[in-house]
Design a protein around this ligand. Structure first.
Ligand code: IPE
Ligand code: IPE
Ligand code: MG
Length: 254
């Protein structure tokens, strides 16, 4: 399902270290919009707008490179704590992004998916995302997961509840529950785990993001603020990923 036409060819042309391979799945915590705006004495909202442009560039870069999955943290379950005007600006911006970019994303064969509780998302945004997901469902390019109203603990809890229902229905015994049974109920079911987790804005924390899936992700934290994060910064993060020795608990190459 994840095999992409020509992806291997592009990968070889792109990387000087084909043996290391591209990360199949890149997850990003797009942080630092507010600080970017503050540095320029602009309202925080302008930082979010600039962040939207950065997202556009990174989606295109990942698609061009042949990355299979890009997961971006757009709005967390905790972000509802922010002032109402900032929350509504962010929601408006999402609508704007969908309206302006959906056609282009579709033409570029990007497949859009939602990670998060759709019930908690306001109606217009929920509809716009549902439309984008339906329109791009058969696309074979980059899978773009938008984490919106997303919290990893809630995702894992939801998965536990679904597994528990299977137990109650007599389909599964508690002692037979496997990691695959839990994984099958996550929003990312069927996708490879992130190989590379990038956080912009310099904070050394994961802020309730993909807690199950990042078990063995390589973490790259950069001080660059999200609106300043473009293609060169993405390539630098991938370069850093290549320099890592992924051991998965074993002894590795060195
Ligand atoms: C990230 O930027 C965007 C969202 C959380 C929606 P912030 O708004 O958190 O920016 P900082 O961290 O305040 O600079
Ligand atoms: C994480 O950033 C969430 C998103 C990027 C959407 P936050 O700015 O909300 O994270 P904290 O509050 O610094 O942990
Ligand atoms: Mg922040």
């Amino acid at each position: 399902m994840l095999e992409r036409d020509g992806a291997m060819g592009q990968q070889r042309a792109f990387t000087e270290r084909p043996e290391a391979g591209l990360p199949r799945h890149i997850a990003i915590i797009m942080d630092g919009n507010g600080r970017w705006a503050k540095k320029r004495r602009l309202p925080r909202t302008m930082g979010h707008r600039a962040g939207m442009n950065a997202l556009e560039e990174i989606v295109r870069a990942c698609n061009d490179m042949g990355v299979q999955v890009l997961t971006v943290y757009a709005f967390s379950t905790e972000n509802w704590k922010r002032p109402a005007d900032e929350v509504s600006f962010l929601m408006q911006l999402l609508l704007e992004y969908m309206k302006k970019k959906l056609r282009e994303l579709h033409e570029e064969k990007v497949k859009i998916r939602l990670l998060g509780d759709s019930e908690g998302i306001p109606e217009p945004q929920r509809e716009a995302i549902a439309e984008a997901v339906a329109l791009t469902a058969d696309n074979t390019g980059l899978i773009l997961n938008i984490a919106l109203n997303y919290g990893a603990r809630r995702e894992i809890l939801r998965a536990c509840q679904m597994v528990a229902q299977r137990v109650r229905a007599g389909e599964l015994k508690p002692e037979d529950i496997t990691e695959a049974d839990v994984e099958a109920q996550l929003f990312t079911a069927g996708l490879p785990d992130p190989d590379l987790l990038i956080r912009t804005g310099g904070e050394m924390r994961v802020s309730n993001y993909l807690l199950w899936q990042i078990a063995y992700a390589e973490v790259v934290v950069t001080d660059v603020l999200w609106p300043d994060f473009g293609r060169p910064q993405l390539l630098a993060a991938v370069d850093e990923y290549w320099r890592r020795d992924r051991r998965f608990g074993g002894l590795g190459k060195n």
